[in-house]
Design a protein around this ligand. Structure first.
Ligand code: GUN
Length: 295
């Protein structure tokens, strides 16, 4: 069996960031508008610090304004809510992202609900999930948007495509299913209680794995020729005292059957920040009554 085509998310994200940079340059020259993203980081979580640094760097590289608000791990919920409200009021800030996870004393839902939905570039606010579910213009969670951009780049028009989403999280599974419905796919969402999960997955022409379980989806769950998008990023013991990153898909066996597949790392991961920048440009355009450029 021939090996699947690799879906190069790193390269796609890079070209998307270039298109975003060009859109930002046009907004600046034609409208005097510089989109701006504010990130709030509470505490010292090392992985979060890396994410936040990368977000800031890529925001500046795209020609946008970037602000980082660091708060101590001991910050109270009221202090974080006050920071969010101040950013809601600041007209130079078009996008607000509060890095998750938050320390235990802070209710993440309360924080997300306090973000102005029109600045909610994570797309996590219930207003935005409601807008997405009812087909209204909305800010949509970044990883799901990245998945659909990659799937469309590989398969073209998704109308009528049989799509199966493994995982039902609010951050990936549910919104990606909504986006695929908008693209006229026939969508099945499955999860840990689904009966005969391998059989359901074998229906998919487009299989999206977002369960957070290392290498769960095996090659014999994949329909020959299917497009496989792996959202998982799991660090596992590599056996030699080292660790390595794997997805939710058992890449070696799935790549023998699939038509195309995203690697981990270098697949969906790099798309997330690029889509965050895209959301920030869209938010800046919307609040200023400017039609959003193609990106
Ligand atoms: N932590 C890990 N991924 C994300 C994300 O996409 N958004 C936020 N806010 N926090 C995260």
């Amino acid at each position: 069996m021939s090996e699947a085509t690799l879906i190069d998310g790193k390269a796609f994200a890079q070209s998307l960031r270039q298109r975003i940079g060009a859109a930002v340059a046009t907004l600046k020259s034609d409208h005097g508008l510089t989109p701006g993203l504010a990130v709030v980081l509470v505490g010292e979580d090392p992985a979060s610090q890396v994410y936040v640094r990368n977000k800031g760097k890529q925001t500046l590289e795209a020609g946008m304004n970037s602000w980082e608000h660091r708060m101590p791990a001991t910050a109270s919920e009221d202090e974080v809510l006050a920071q969010v409200r101040a950013l809601n009021e600041d007209p130079a800030v078009h996008g607000i992202l509060v890095q998750l996870p938050l320390p235990d004393q802070i209710d993440a839902n309360k924080v997300i609900d306090t973000i102005d939905p029109d600045k909610d570039v994570d797309g996590f606010h219930v207003i935005n999930s409601g807008r997405l579910a009812t087909g209204q213009p909305s800010l949509v969670a970044c990883t799901p948007v990245g998945c659909v951009l990659l799937a469309k780049d590989m398969l073209g028009d998704l109308s009528g495509v049989e799509a199966v989403v493994v995982g039902r999280s609010n951050i990936v599974g549910k919104p990606v299913a909504q986006l695929l419905l908008q693209e006229n796919c026939t969508v099945t969402i499955c999860h840990s209680r689904t009966k005969d999960l391998p059989e359901v997955c074998r229906r998919a022409d487009l299989l999206i794995a977002a369960v957070g379980r290392p290498e769960m989806v095996k090659g014999d769950w994949v329909k020959p020729g299917a497009c496989v998008i792996d959202v998982g990023i799991n660090r596992i013991d590599a056996g030699d005292g080292k660790t390595r990153l794997v997805g939710d898909v058992d890449f070696a066996s799935a790549a023998k059957v699939a038509g195309s597949i995203t690697p981990v790392p270098g697949g969906v991961g790099p798309m997330t920040i690029a889509c965050l920048l895209r959301n920030t440009v869209q938010a800046a355009c919307a609040v200023n009554g400017i039609s959003s450029p193609e990106m």
